[in-house]
Design a protein around this ligand. Sequence first.
Ligand code: PLP
Length: 393
Amino acid sequence: MGKGDETGWRAATKLVRGGLTRSEHGETAEALYLTSGYVYDDAATAEARFKGADGYIYSRYGNPTVAIFERRLALLEGAEACFATASGMAAVNAALMCQLRAGDRVVAARVMFGSCNYILTEILPRFGIATTLVDGRDLEAWKTALAGGARCVFLESPANPTTELVDIRAVCELAHGAGACVIVDNVFATAIWQKPIQLGADVVVYSATKHIDGQGRCLGGAVLGTAAFVKDQLVPYCRHTGPALSPFNAWVLLKGLETLDLRLARHRENTEKVASFLAVHPKVERVLYPGLQCHPQHALARTQMSGYGSIVAFDLPGGKPRAFAFVDKLRLIDISNNLGDTKSLITHPATTTHQRLKPEERAELGIGEGLVRLSVGLEDADDLIEDLGQALG
Ligand SMILES: *Cc1c(COP(=O)(O)O)cnc(C)c1O
């Protein structure tokens, strides 16, 4: 076990030391247990483990390296428990499927990552689960949608790709009044800049692929919530359906966590500079970054976030041809749909992450043909600004 009271540590300490368990060798770095199974001293011990005694059984159920990652992330989040998954989508799917059944209803904010939309609008209805999508900014719309009751509420804030926000505290109150469990996809905000549980959320999900690894190396995800939710609902579902995180990826992600707050400080500095540059550029129509005063929900951002993310979305007049020409002209910033990476990455959501939606659906969500989504990395901000400037020019 870690020394001292882990829960009392400040974030930077939790990120470096949280959840650390050392083997009998006393290694400095976290041990990587690349093992699928575990052996037992005798048959009675095996029987006891399967009945719930402490100890590992099989790495689909749990693994010591994965457990350090889960503990560290839970400490950072201020959550009682965590189950790590192979990807962010495995986390979103498990958080929903572990508690939903035929006849249930999910209410969700309509702007979200394309694959989250697929689960809610394509997969769940196949099992008799209805999804109602609402304008996440509109509390009256939430109220109306929740009037008939719901099992779950799902929301991203800031949402992918437009950085639209949801008033998490207000929606949690409405949702709890309707008896719903609130699941927040906190990928854009990160556990450093937004604490959904403190705002009232029940469950928080991450794509650890994004800022937690943050170096473009591996996929991962996590679901966090109360000990009762994780033990009674999430873990039974995950143990038997197999979205387990690989111990190797857990080890990589642990190393990512150790530098998370350092990297985010630089992401933030760079993103503020880049967003401010774009906000006054004559060839840019509209810039969406919750940290900018011109963001329509900047006031809300200030009440529920302590940092505003590393993603900036902006519109170029002239639609898809202009957006493609601009993206193709970039020399430093890469075209990629990943985000939260050390490398700055840009994507055109209408033709990539959100291409599955109908054009009129995209228009309703504010995902125009001229919208690009920039994930600001850790390069020198002046190099990024020069690259954006020459490509816009
Ligand atoms: C990327 C992303 C996911 C999915 O994560 P993967 O690790 O790619 O499966 C879910 N939600 C949001 C908001 C994302 O940006």
